[in-house]
Structures are given as C-alpha cells and as structure tokens.
Ligand binder design. Structure first.
Ligand code: GLN
Length: 446
C-alpha cells in the first residue's frame, strides 16, 4: 500500500508506469503475508517489484510501449514472472519503455514519456527508463528491465541506481517480447549489486522454453563480500577517449583509483574494434528486429486496421499506423541490410566484427579479471536535446553495445555525481558466466 500510494501521488510527474495492477498487488501482498506468517518466506517474498512492459504477464495488458500492442493481453506469463510469483513477490505494474525497446531515452514510448526523478527536465535513459525511474523514485523496490544494447545499464546510470545485464542465456527470454534475439537479456534494476544478485538467483536458471537458455548454473551471490585484493581490472583506453564527457571520464578514473587502494591492479588494455561496434550493433539488432517484428501484421496480435479491402492493404495500414518512426527506421534498416545483394556488404561484415569483438574480449580476460568502463558518455541529457537525432542517439550507446555483442555480463553502478548533482555510472564487465565476480567487484565499490 505504501508503494501504491506513492505511485498515485508522485507518478503523474514521473510517468514511470503504463499500467498499475493495484488489486492484484494487494492480493499478492496478502498471500505473501500468509507465507511469511508460516515461516516460509523466500528472498523476494512480499517485495514490491515493477516489470518493464515488454514481459508478458497472463491477463495483464502488455504494450511494449507501442500502439501496435495497445490491446494485447497475453494468454501466458514469461518464465521470469512465474519465478517471481512462485516466491510471492508483489508485482505493482508495468513500466514505460521506448517503443519495442528501441531507444535510450524512453521518449519514444507511445504511452508515457518518463522523466528523470533527479531532474524532471531530463530523460531517465532507456529503453528501460520507466523501471529505472520507478526504482530511483521508490515507486517500486526493485524492477526487471531488458538489455539489448544497454537498456538496463544506461538508464540505471542516468537514474543513479544499479542495473545488471547477466550473461546471455543465464535468464530465460521466454515471454520477453523479442527485439534482437541474439542480444536480448532480462536483468534486475535495484539499489545495489547485492540486491541484483538476489533477484538474479530467483529469475535465473535453465528453461526448456528458451532455445538459447544455458544449462550452466550460476550462483550470483557466491562471491559477495569476498576480498577483491590482487584482482586485475582492465581499463580499455578506447572507452576513455574523445566523445566521453570530461566529468564522466574523471569520475570513472577516480573509481579506478579507489579500486587500486583496495589492492586491485589496474591495467590499461585496448579494444581496437570498438570503433566499429555501433555500426555492427545497429546492423545486427535491426536485422533481427525486422524479422522479429514481421509478426505484427494486424492479424495475429494487437492493433489492426479494420476497414482494409485486401490482406496487403490491412498489413500496410496496420504497420503504418501501429509503429512509431524509430521502429519503422529500424525495420527499414534491417530489411535493407538483409536483402540479397547487400547481405555481404553489411550483415556479413557485422558478423565479422562480432567475432573480432569477442576475440578482443577473450584476450583481455586471459589476463584480467574484469573490465571497468563508463556506462554512458554523458550524464542524463535534457528532454528534447538529442532524441530527434538518430545518429547522435546511436553513438551514445558506444559504451554498452559490445557487452551484448559478445554475450557478457555487465553491471552499472553509480561512481559519482556531476556539478549539477546528476549521477554518473560506471560499468564492470566480466567474461561469460563470471557474473558472480562482476557483482563482487561492483559490490566492493558500493
Ligand atoms: N539504445 C539501444 C538501442 O536503441 C539499446 C536498446 C536496448 O538495449 N533495448 O537499440
């Protein structure tokens, strides 16, 4: 009730929720109370959580931030939702997001253009901006977001919270509305690395409903509190060059100093392929999106133009009116990149860059335990500043996309504040399935 009251009082200014499930939440809270009374409480029993609106919950409208899914009520729940409900977590509602998770500002949502709780004239980041703002403003205790190219970590950085994209395959994607299937991962957004570990231990694990789910088990909490002395932390020099705001750079380098004082060895490394990462990411993610989004034809799901004369006209008009500009741009880019005659020139090259980036990471992690980078080149920018300039928006993803391209775990936590008191985020990245170590290093700083 505390959270529901806060949502009612404050969310009109922040616009973090698309749907609030008040009745269901009260019911779930009562059940949680019973379980606690019986002494059967688990880690998340009774914890009020919000869910990004691209994860299906049976019977609850799931919009993905798009007009296309305005009336979509899923007949099933995502695996992560089942796992939360099994522990009697309390789902408060569905949070706003960039349409189909394409963006970094939450300003392309068809429903709620979320504001940053630290400064309402700024964006909360995106695409999981509703989740980040809800956690930062205490409109939910914790949240689940999804990250295809930075959508958990960047809004976590902009809103001053902690967000983690776990290793690809470690959390089931079943019931997550697909954007770029080889890149998408669900992950926690919370107030600390410790909390993220607890949430991941609930939502993680093998799922036969997800063909890319991994059988390798991870205990995300296993290294919490263990000493990080003697570890080698890599600082990739390309992540600190031109384009990264001075205050951000200095703050992350100050964090590196702090790690040194904790007995960690800082080592400069290089990732020469970083300069191709944005191009590769936008080709790969858009190619996959163009294929994933072909299912929205006005027949199978959600929005549909009723008075079309032919099948073709129905599809065309549904997609013209149901999708926003950014989604159309990605579909066009992806379809173009995959079309015969251009495949070798674009998609194939992007795959090649993907391999290169993986190799460069492998090399770094042969010697180093984790890598430290800024999470984003700037702090949260003003609403309206760059959202209408796609190229500027795309370039701002430079610090996060390689982690998805290589399928690695990455966590963002706050390392400082700029002169306007806006939070600055740093990211700890590790090799695949080293999630516990990544959490351990972030936790040591926090
Ligand atoms: N900002 C990136 C994009 O627009 C990342 C999105 C995401 O991770 N869902 O594609």
């Amino acid at each position: 009730r505390y959270y529901l009251n806060r949502i009612e009082k404050i969310d009109a200014q922040i616009d973090s929720y698309i749907t609030v499930c008040a009745d269901e939440a009260i019911q779930a809270a009562k059940k949680a109370d019973e379980r606690i009374a019986k002494g059967q409480a688990k880690a998340l029993t009774g914890i009020p959580i919000s869910i990004k609106d691209n994860m299906c919950i049976e019977g609850i409208r799931t919009t993905c931030g798009s007009k296309m899914l305005e009336s979509f009520i899923p007949p099933y729940s995502a695996t992560v939702i089942h796992k939360l409900l099994n522990e009697q977590a309390v789902i408060l509602g569905k949070t706003s997001m960039d349409e189909f998770a394409m963006g970094g500002s939450t300003q392309t949502s068809y429903y709620k253009k979320t504001k940053n709780p630290h400064d309402l004239t700024r964006v909360p980041g995106g695409s999981s901006g509703g989740s980040a703002a809800a956690v930062a403003a205490r409109l939910s205790a914790i949240s689940l977001g999804s990250d295809t190219g930075g959508s958990i970590r960047q809004p976590a950085a902009f809103c001053g919270i902690t967000g983690m994209k776990p290793t690809y395959g470690s959390v089931s994607r079943f019931g997550l509305i697909a954007f770029g299937s080889s890149l998408d991962q669900i992950g926690p957004m919370a107030h600390s690395a410790k909390e993220c570990a607890t949430i991941l231990n609930t939502i993680g694990g093998y799922d036969c409903n997800d063909g890319t789910s991994s059988r390798q088990e991870i205990d995300f909490e296993s290294l919490l509190g263990k000493d990080i002395k003697g570890m080698i932390v890599a600082l990739p020099k390309e992540f600190f060059e031109e384009g990264i705001d001075k205050e951000v750079r200095e703050s992350v380098l100050a964090a590196a100093k702090k790690y040194e004082e904790m007995g960690v060895c800082i080592e400069e490394v290089s990732m020469p392929s970083l300069k191709y990462a944005i191009a590769a990411y936008y080709l790969l993610s858009s190619a996959e999106a163009s294929s994933n989004l072909s299912r929205y034809d006005g027949i199978k799901f959600g929005y549909c133009m009723p008075h079309a004369k032919t099948y073709k006209e129905r599809i065309e008009r549904t997609r013209r009116e149901g999708f926003g500009d950014e989604v159309k741009r990605r579909i066009l880019l992806g379809t173009y990149a995959l079309s015969s005659g251009y495949y070798d020139a674009y998609y194939k090259k992007a795959l090649y860059i993907r391999e290169k980036i993986k190799e460069e990471y492998n090399k770094i992690f042969e010697r180093c335990d984790v890598m430290l980078t800024p999470t984003a080149p700037t702090v949260a920018f003003k609403r309206g500043a760059i959202e209408n300039d796609p190229v500027k928006m795309y370039l701002a993803d430079i610090c996060t996309v390689t982690v998805n391209i290589a399928g690695l775990p990455g966590i963002s936590t706050t390392c400082g504040y700029d002169k306007d008191n806006m939070p600055i985020g740093m990211s700890i990245i590790g090799k695949a399935f080293d999630d516990a170590k990544v959490i351990q290093v972030a936790d040591a700083f926090e």
